[in-house]
Ligand binder design. Sequence first.
Ligand SMILES: [Zn+2]
Length: 178
Amino acid sequence: MADLIERLGLSGPGQAFILFGATAVFLAAPDIDLMLLRLLHHRSILTHSVLLPFLVLWFLPALGPAAAAGAFLGVAIHLSADLLSPARGYGQIYLPEPFQVGLGGWSHVWLLLNALAAAWLAVAILPVGEGWRLLAAGTGVVAALCYGLGNERSIMAVIVALAVVGAGQYAYLWLQPH
Ligand SMILES: [Zn+2]
């Protein structure tokens, strides 16, 4: 199995497949805090951040850079959509046990910074090349449409997610040495 993954990870089409799959999984991943409510409040600062994709990057290197890139992309879009709820009650970002306090107005700052960082990292960790960048852009557009319309049922969620994905691409191009 590991051998198969490693071989998949090394091939171009395999990496594209892994990028799509990881994006789909990580669109929903931040809300695993709902399964850990003893330790984490919903909208936990730990899961609603760039931490989960970094864990993929650090602990699953055999999957190749596309796995972490997809994870960053999925989380960027999830956090973009979460930006639309008011920073009160369950709309806030919460610290884990033993604190369990909300960030209040800082929740939006946290979500925006992490969404933008994730959108940039999704491109920045991929191998250099126009093909990879466009693959990440295309996957981001499809994921923003699917998540915004399907999950959030909101055109605004699509627009904000597209803006965040676009900002990540723009930042990548801008920071690239020319
Ligand atoms: Zn969420």
